[in-house]
Design a protein around this ligand. Structure first.
Ligand code: AMP
Ligand code: MG
Length: 496
């Protein structure tokens, strides 16, 4: 039962998108949910947004998170966007099952979107019901919070409710709604929507708005729109490098799922890799492996080239010259990505300085891991123990020892070139190499209990571990270990 209270939550709304960008959205209201129940509330995030968790835990909070009541100051809308999905262009996607309630200014002065996901049909729903099943809602909550704790820029989850109704999928499933918090919901696809309609003026307005909101330094550049593309490229290159450094596979890197802010968005069929293998794919719909782990850096460039195309008319009246200028920026993406990746990977193997052979050393480790079937997360985590003098946990990740032992020898020689004591080095490694990631078998266990048994216990236990991914808890190896090996590859489903 939800607690009753006469106090209403006070959201500090200031809705700049609806004020500034008429024509980029449709005002809309959520469907009503018959018997909503608040299953999860993010207290820390609520406080960050200037909200009182105790009030949000009452019926007043449940009414808002289920879409039954729009909070005071909200301007609910469905946003328009397009997107390349698995390489093919869809000129009209948009919020088909989500509503932006508005923007809240948080206690640090940051502007943050508040969105309901799964709140019913909108004019962008096409054939869909506008609803979400509860499992994917909880999955997005869990993985988003894990990513946040890992330091990855990401949208976050403020609340999850069950709606009390069943949604029709292959089988009927309990429905749910996620309340999502984001720097904004502007996507590459937002620009594509208007560019595809030849609405140059709208693309310019979007770019001006995005510069002011996300990349203000670009406004002072000689060519603000080019600087804007550079800023998005830099943010996304850093993001994808971060993903790669923790074995994260997004699963649906369509251009509508790539933000302008540089936050990870839309946790659908995503997952963390267990054994290192660059061709790992989890998504059941990614039959060609387009969004395999090892393809993510290339897709980054591909998607940003689609953003660049939308900016052509803003750059130069001479189209060829505009394309040339924009292409120069797109061509910088591999180097930007490589720099971010090498920086992270160096720190993961304990290096504090840069030498020319470092990338080769990291590549050799990855090759050895691939050949030895090593677990991605635990291999890096156990490197710190090797620094402290115990290589056995690390060696335990490999089916065959000669290759990893040879690598360890080269690595130790490289470490010896730095004047840093072992404990300081190992501690720093423990702050970049997580012990607890949302292991696929643990995620499934938590979602099954929540959805099938209405037992949130396993979900909350797992959430606690992945919210402190670097801090070991005694006797809890089962949260750190990969699941039992099966012959079948783990598959995630889009869960729309
Ligand atoms: P996604 O795969 O979540 O990135 O969504 C791609 C597009 O499909 C977006 O335009 C969504 O709004 C839309 N969509 C996904 N699921 C539904 C649904 N159940 N009802 C209506 N539209 C949906
Ligand atoms: Mg999406």
């Amino acid at each position: 039962m939800n607690k009753l209270s006469s106090a209403l939550p006070k959201f500090a709304f200031d809705n700049s998108f609806s004020r500034s960008l008429e024509g980029c959205f449709v005002e809309w209201n959520a469907a009503t949910a018959d018997a909503p129940k608040l299953l999860q509330l993010n207290h820390e995030l609520a406080k960050e947004l200037g909200l009182d968790p105790a009030i949000l835990e009452t019926d007043a909070g449940t009414s808002i998170f289920s879409g039954n009541v729009a909070p005071e100051g909200a301007a609910p809308m469905a946003q328009a966007y397009a997107g390349h999905q698995f390489g093919g262009f869809s000129p009209q996607l948009g919020d088909g099952r989500a509503l932006l309630l508005g923007e809240v200014i948080d206690i640090y002065g940051r502007r943050r979107d508040l969105q309901l996901k799964g709140s019913g049909r909108t004019p962008f729903s096409r054939g869909g019901d506008g609803k979400s099943a509860l499992g994917p809602v909880l999955r997005e909550y869990l993985i988003g919070e894990a990513m946040h704790a890992l330091g990855v820029p990401t949208t976050r989850a403020l609340a999850a409710v069950s709606t009390g109704e069943m949604v029709r999928r292959e089988t009927p499933l309990p429905g749910g709604i996620l309340t999502r918090v984001a720097a904004s919901h502007m996507r590459v696809g937002t620009f594509q929507f208007f560019a595809a309609r030849g609405d140059e003026e709208k693309v310019r307005q979007l770019a001006d708005y995005a510069i002011a909101r996300h990349h203000p330094a670009a406004a002072d550049a000689e060519s603000p729109y080019l600087a804007f593309l550079e800023a998005v490229a830099e943010a996304q290159a850093s993001l994808v490098a971060h993903w790669m450094s923790i074995g994260f596979i997004h699963g649906v890197m369509n251009t509508d799922n790539m933000t302008i802010s540089g936050e990870t968005i839309d946790y659908g069929p995503c997952a963390f890799m267990d054994s290192y293998a660059p061709d790992t794919v989890f998504s059941s719909i990614d039959t060609q492996g387009r969004y395999a782990y090892g393809n993510q850096p290339d897709i980054l460039g591909w998607n940003l080239a689609r953003l660049a195309e939308t900016l052509i008319p803003l750059i130069d009246p001479d189209k060829d010259r505009a394309i040339e200028t924009l292409t120069d920026v797109i061509n910088t993406i591999p180097a930007r990505y490589d720099a971010h990746w090498a920086g992270r990977m160096r720190r993961k193997i304990g290096l504090t300085t840069e030498l020319s052979g470092d990338v080769g050393l990291i590549d050799d480790l990855l090759t050895t891991m691939h050949q030895g079937g090593a677990d991605f997360t635990l291999t890096f985590r156990h490197l710190a123990a090797a620094v402290r003098g115990n290589a056995i946990p690390l060696q335990g990740q490999f089916t065959e020892l000669s290759a990893i032992n040879a690598w360890l020898e080269t690595w130790r020689a490289r470490l010896a070139e730095e004047d840093i004591d072992a404990e300081t080095r190992a501690d720093a490694m423990d702050r970049i190499n997580p012990l607890y990631i949302p292991r696929n078998h643990k995620v499934e266990e938590a979602l099954d209990a929540a959805v099938d048994l209405e037992d949130m216990g396993p979900f909350e236990a797992l959430l606690e571990f992945v919210s402190h991914p670097f801090d070991p808890v005694d006797d809890q190896d089962n949260y750190a270990a990969p699941g039992p090996q099966t012959n079948l590859p783990y598959q995630t489903f889009c869960g729309t």
